[in-house]
Design a protein around this ligand. Structure first.
Ligand SMILES: *Cc1c(COP(=O)(O)O)cnc(C)c1O
Length: 435
């Protein structure tokens, strides 16, 4: 007999409905505001860049929203993802805690991001859209959308921040393999890109510039829309498949978690694992502790201000009520590219404000140390982003040891780190510093 450490579901267990936290907040979220008038935004303001179905989801307060059959069919290429108990990791930490992780790294793009990319491509296809434009930093989102567009026969244009385009060629190649067109941003493809290049030919690019280019292309090109990989309500909702599956898998394991942990950049994978559990915390008074983990170098939840702010540097998006470091905040170049965002999803921000979740900031060298321990015990190399969650797990596991109490911890392994090996090399070479 071997100890059961792996909890698999079948294709039929892929959730048939997404869970929308907006139905269950004890207080409603403040609405997004129009950047010009500062009045609550109307759905028609958004349909220039998003299809109506997604705009409706964004504003919806319905608790359960049907996952279309075609979306479930494509998700079944890698879903349900496994939930594993990290027994060897527990042993290395000499902890009485039981540690479970949901492995979103098994998707074709290597992270949780295709969960929403597939849904977004589907609704755009339904609306008669032919092409999607987006931005990407290190390339996780761009590759996820490239994959989803390919599967639905849509064209995909990705504006990739120039430094990453040159320093991280592998994800660009992955996007091109999935037939996307990738531009180094700032580019000569848009007026905003041309203007930026004219002012500064050596501009290294930024996510803010890339967003502005992608939106411009979506607005100006017929049958083209824009797509965003995190932050927005509908994106967080599409990620709820993670937590909905994890709840079933924890039932298989015969345990109820004490602590649920996820890393938070824009907030979508954290929302994905956390909100289905949060529903039970609200509705069934479950005593769950739910922790969002962010980099100390980009601490929007722990050091930011809760206020209306723009989603992008160019101040073109609606104003959202969120914890923010300011839309012009330039995060230092930590090696977890996916966590370098100045703001936080309004849903995650609201949950923190209401005291339903906790937030914690962790330092980069600790993060890599814990990520490497995980790789050396469980085999899976975690993404640097996911290693933030792992480090918080380590802290909680050590606390359980010191208090000599069994705790059940579940965390989301948002992606694998096989395309981030240079960051691990920098860590091994002692080149990483804490800011
Ligand atoms: C993009 C990314 C993140 C951060 O994005 P969220 O929207 O906060 O989930 C975390 N982990 C991985 C592996 C990513 O690719």
């Amino acid at each position: 007999m071997i100890t059961r450490t792996r909890f698999d579901l079948t294709q039929a267990d892929i959730p048939e409905q997404w869970y929308n936290i907006n139905a269950d907040f004890p207080e409603p979220m403040p609405p997004p505001l129009h950047p010009g008038t500062k009045q609550p935004i109307s759905p028609s303001d958004m349909t220039a860049i998003f299809p109506e179905s997604l705009v409706m989801q964004e504003a919806s307060a319905e608790r359960w929203i049907e996952v279309p059959g075609e979306v479930r069919q494509i998700l079944s290429l890698w879903r349900p993802t496994p939930l594993l108990r990290a027994v060897r990791f527990e042993q290395a930490l000499q902890t009485p805690a039981h540690i479970y992780y949901k492995n979103e790294g098994v998707s074709p793009a290597g992270s949780h991001k295709p969960n929403t990319a597939v849904a977004q491509a589907y609704y755009n296809k339904q609306a008669g859209v032919k092409s999607l434009a987006t931005e990407t930093g290190a390339g996780q989102w761009g590759s996820s959308l490239a994959l989803a567009c390919r599967l639905f026969g849509l064209e995909c244009t990705v504006f990739m921040v120039k430094v990453s385009y040159h320093q991280k060629p592998y994800r660009r190649m992955l996007m091109e393999t999935w037939d996307a067109t990738v531009h180094s941003s700032p580019s000569n493809e848009t007026e905003f890109g041309k203007k930026t290049l004219k002012e500064n030919p050596h501009c290294a690019g930024s996510l803010g510039i890339a967003i502005s280019e992608a939106i411009e292309m979506a607005v100006k090109t017929p049958n083209t829309k824009y797509s965003l990989g995190s932050v927005l309500n509908h994106v967080c909702m599409h990620q709820s498949v993670i937590g909905l599956e994890a709840i079933k898998q924890m039932e298989q394991a015969g345990e109820d978690p004490d602590i649920i942990i996820g890393c938070a950049g824009g907030g979508s994978n954290f929302a994905g694992i956390a909100f289905p559990f949060l529903r039970r915390k609200i509705a069934e008074k479950k005593p769950y502790r739910i922790i969002a983990v962010e980099p100390a170098a980009c601490p929007s939840l722990t050091k930011g201000e809760l206020r209306y702010d723009f989603g992008d540097t160019a101040m073109t998006t609606p104003l959202m009520m969120m914890y923010t470091l300011g839309h012009d905040f330039m995060p230092p170049s930590i090696h977890a590219g996916g966590l370098r965002y100045h703001g936080m999803a309004p849903t995650v921000s609201h949950a923190l404000k209401l005291g339903l979740i906790e937030a914690r900031a962790v330092k980069q060298t600790d993060v890599f140390k814990s990520g490497v321990l995980f790789a050396r015990t469980e085999g899976v190399l975690p993404a640097p982003e996911s290693s933030h969650a792992i480090h918080a797990v380590v802290e909680e596991a050590i606390k359980a040891r010191e208090e000599n109490r069994k705790k059940v911890i579940v965390f989301n392994l948002s992606g694998h780190g096989l395309m981030d090996l240079s960051a691990f090399e920098a860590y091994f070479d002692g080149e990483l510093q804490d800011v």
